[in-house]
Each structure stands twice: as structure tokens, then as C-alpha cells.
Write a protein that binds this ligand. Structure first.
Ligand SMILES: Cc1cc2nc3c(=O)[nH]c(=O)nc-3n(C[C@H](O)[C@H](O)[C@H](O)COP(=O)(O)OP(=O)(O)OC[C@H]3O[C@@H](n4cnc5c(N)ncnc54)[C@H](O)[C@@H]3O)c2cc1C
Length: 383
């Protein structure tokens, strides 16, 4: 073990949108920040890559407007939901931003790399290809982490506050709090395609028994991301091409838009075992952000937004409370609950409704009849 001990105000594990954006915000507030990421960037990430319009405001706060605007991306002016029978309803992207901006389709390999580099530029110490492998606990308090780099060298990093930004795997939270294991009922797949044919400027969502899939441009190719029941995955021998053809393309619109599509990246797959909040501040000295705190159904297209918003919430309480971790914990839980509890409950209801193709048909019919109902339903998945 390397014996180099360094002390930071804040150590953040995981450089997804939550971790990197928090590093930028806290370094900008004058704190001494370390950000550690296990993967080598750029790396592909399983995600629909639909960047909700409200993220634009966050990119501006993070000093990334020009960089994001010059990245290869697509403007997504609407999301069109196609029921299993092929009926459709469209929700304009600008309902989320009071008419100000569109959503964008942007590859996570590019977006996450840009955020990570910006964190470095903003003054955070970035540890590349370095895994937070153990939390350092003193009594019941987390005091930092042990990290392991790509060569297997380990070192301790002490921090007044440690942040779990490791996504749905909640690596650090798991180390201090055993999480009840639940058998994944859903599996998600993603690839980039050439030759897909969604409408220009649309993110298209296809419903089918047991799941849904999304297709949108990310500039020079198309993202296809879909969720299916895990038992179907096992039954088809875990073959994403087969699942795309035999399950996703049972939706008539998907059959049309994907008929000439071919994967130009390897498929990625993840199991989804739970939705909702786990514990945003499990013990003193450790808080979680982004998916590590709460996972909202991808159906809402707002996971990255929540990651950026949770970093904003954390950044609003950390600088003033860093000397009193008990007060920080209470304050974070309070503000976090106020900000996210309602939308998570609402998204749960939508998920149950959309998991039935019959209820999906009724919902599409109802939404087609009223523009204001569409806007209301969409906005409730945010605030
Ligand atoms: C099927 C599916 C589709 C989705 N589609 C969309 C969409 O279209 N739009 C949208 O807004 N959201 C979508 N989401 C949600 C979105 O991907 C997440 O909400 C978002 O990535 C959360 O960001 P995060 O920073 O919390 O975590 P992540 O993006 O998961 O980042 C966590 C980072 O931590 C790193 N890490 C993990 N463990 C360690 C460790 N021990 N040490 C160091 N680093 C570590 C990982 O390598 C990773 O880079 C989708 C999710 C799924 C599952």
C-alpha cells in the first residue's frame, strides 16, 4: 500500500454528471475537492442520452455552454410516445423549459468527458482510472476512502466529507449500510445505431409488453435504449439483437424505424433492481448524490437532470456546513426530500401505469385529447 495521505474538504467518488458537476460547483466555492473515477474516459455509458432542456441552465452554471454547444449532438424538439397499437402522442420539449430550449441528444461518452475535464479545470484534483475501494470509518463517521489505481496501487484519501456519486451501484453507501438485495426484474440495453429512421428532431418511445424503448439521434448516429423483463432476456439467451427484433419491434412504429438499423457500437446491458430513494445521507461524513441517492424511472428522461439538480442541492448546503457534519446531514436530508420526494412518488405511479400496454393505450388516448394535460403530466415528472 502506498502511504501517501492527503486531506481534502470533499472527496467525491464517481465522475458521472452528479459527481463531476458537484466537483465543479464546490471547487468554484473555494473548497479543496478530489474527484475519483474508476473508468478510463471517454467511455460509453448505458443511457438513453436524452438530455432534458432544463440541463441547459445547469451547463451555463457549470461554465459548459459553449463546449456543449460545439459538441456533436442533436436537437430534440419533441418526445413522441407510441402505444403498442401504434397510436402516438407528442410532448414538446419546451414544456419543460417554458418555451426556452429544446432537449438534446448527446453521447454520454462525450458529455461525461467534458464534465470531468471541466472539473479538473475548475480546480478539483481528478484521479483517473482510480476506484474508491473502501471507506475509512472512525467510530460511526466516514473520514474518506481508500482508492486503488489502474496499477493496483492503493492510497488513503482523507476528507471532511465523502460523497457517493457512483450511480445506481451505490458503492460507498453499500460499504456502510447493507442494502436489501432484490432480484432484478428488468434489464436495460443500449447501443448506437446507423440506419434508424425516427422523425427528425424527435425522441421516440415505443411501448411493448413488459417494457419500453427509446430511439433518438445523438448527432451522427442514433441511440437505442430499451428495457425488457429479465425473464425474457434469459429466455432469448441474452441476445440484444434478438430482443430488439422480437420484442421492441413488435411495436409497429419501432418495426418501421428500426427495419434498416444496425448496431455500430457494442451493446451494453445492465440489470435494474430498484427505483426510488435509498438513503441520501446514511451516516455522518457521507452523503450520496445522483442515482446513488435516488433512481428515477428512465421513462421520464430526467435522470441526468436529477443528477445535476442533486449536485446543486448538495452544493447549496456543503460550504456553510462543512464544519458541522451533523447539521450538514440534517440540512441535506431536508432540502433533498423537499426537492425530490414528490416527483419520485409521481414517477412511480406513471411507471405502474405504463407497465401495462392496456393502460398505456388509455393514457395515450387521454393525453391526445388535451394539450394542457400533456404539459401537466410531463412537468410533474420534474417539480
Ligand atoms: C435504461 C436507462 C436509460 C436512461 N436514459 C436516460 C435518458 O435518456 N436521459 C436521462 O436524463 N437519464 C437517463 N437515464 C438515467 C441516467 O443515466 C442517470 O440518472 C445518470 O447517469 C445518473 O448520473 P450519476 O452521476 O448519478 O451516475 P452515473 O452516470 O452512473 O455515474 C457514476 C460514475 O461513477 C463511477 N464509479 C462507480 N463506482 C465507482 C467507484 N467505486 N470509484 C470510482 N468511480 C466509480 C462510474 O464509473 C460512473 O462513471 C437512464 C438510465 C437507464 C438505466
Amino acid at each position: 500500500m502506498r502511504n501517501a495521505k492527503t486531506t481534502y474538504d470533499v472527496l467525491i467518488a464517481g465522475a458521472g454528471p452528479a459527481g463531476s458537476s458537484l466537483a465543479i460547483r464546490l471547487a468554484g466555492a473555494g473548497l479543496k475537492v478530489a474527484l475519483t473515477e474508476q473508468k478510463k474516459f471517454p467511455r460509453h455509458k448505458l443511457c438513453g442520452e436524452f438530455v432534458s432542456p432544463e440541463c441547459v441552465e445547469h451547463f451555463a452554471e457549470l461554465g459548459l455552454t459553449a463546449t456543449i454547444e460545439s459538441a456533436c449532438r442533436a436537437e430534440l424538439r419533441e418526445t413522441v410516445f407510441y402505444s403498442y397499437s401504434g397510436r402516438s402522442v407528442s410532448i414538446r420539449s419546451d414544456v419543460f423549459s417554458n418555451g426556452e430550449s429544446s432537449a438534446i441528444g448527446l453521447s454520454r461518452s462525450r458529455m461525461d468527458e467534458l464534465l470531468f475535464e471541466r472539473a479538473h479545470q475548475a480546480g478539483a484534483e481528478v484521479l483517473r482510472e482510480t476506484t474508491a475501494s473502501r471507506v475509512i470509518v472512525n467510530g460511526k463517521k466516514v473520514m474518506g476512502v481508500e482508492v486503488t489505481d489502474a496499477n493496483g496501487n492503493r492510497s488513503e484519501i482523507n476528507a471532511r466529507l465523502t460523497i457517493d456519486g457512483t450511480g445506481r451501484s451505490r458503492q460507498l453507501v453499500r460499504m456502510v449500510m447493507p442494502l436489501v438485495k432484490s432480484r432484478p426484474t428488468l434489464t436495460a440495453f443500449k447501443t448506437h445505431l446507423a440506419g434508424a429512421e425516427p422523425d427528425d428532431g424527435a425522441c421516440e418511445i415505443y411501448s411493448y409488453p413488459g417494457g419500453y424503448g427509446g430511439l433518438n439521434s445523438v448527432g451522427d448516429r442514433f441511440n437505442l435504449c430499451f428495457v425488457v423483463a429479465s425473464d425474457k432476456v434469459r429466455a432469448t439467451g441474452n441476445d440484444p439483437e434478438l430482443l430488439m427484433r422480437e420484442i421492441v419491434m413488435r411495436n409497429p412504429r419501432a418495426a418501421q424505424t428500426l427495419r434498416n438499423a444496425r448496431a455500430v457500437e457494442p451493446w451494453l446491458a445492465v440489470a435494474i433492481d430498484r427505483f426510488g430513494t435509498v438513503e441520501p445521507a446514511p451516516v455522518e461524513g457521507l452523503i450520496s448524490i445522483g442515482d446513488a441517492a435516488s433512481f428515477i424511472d428512465p421513462f421520464t428522461g430526467s435522470g441526468m437532470l436529477m443528477a445535476l439538480e442533486s449536485s446543486r442541492v448538495a452544493a447549496s448546503v456543503i460550504p456553510d456546513n462543512i464544519a458541522d457534519l451533523s447539521a450538514l446531514r440534517e440540512e441535506y436530508l431536508e432540502v433533498y426530500g423537499r426537492k425530490f420526494a414528490k416527483r419520485l412518488r409521481y414517477s412511480n405511479i406513471l411507471r405502474f401505469a405504463s407497465s401495462s400496454t392496456r393502460v398505456g393505450e388509455i393514457a395515450v388516448a387521454a393525453l391526445r385529447s388535451s394539450r394542457s394535460l400533456r404539459a401537466q403530466v410531463a412537468r410533474h415528472t420534474r417539480n
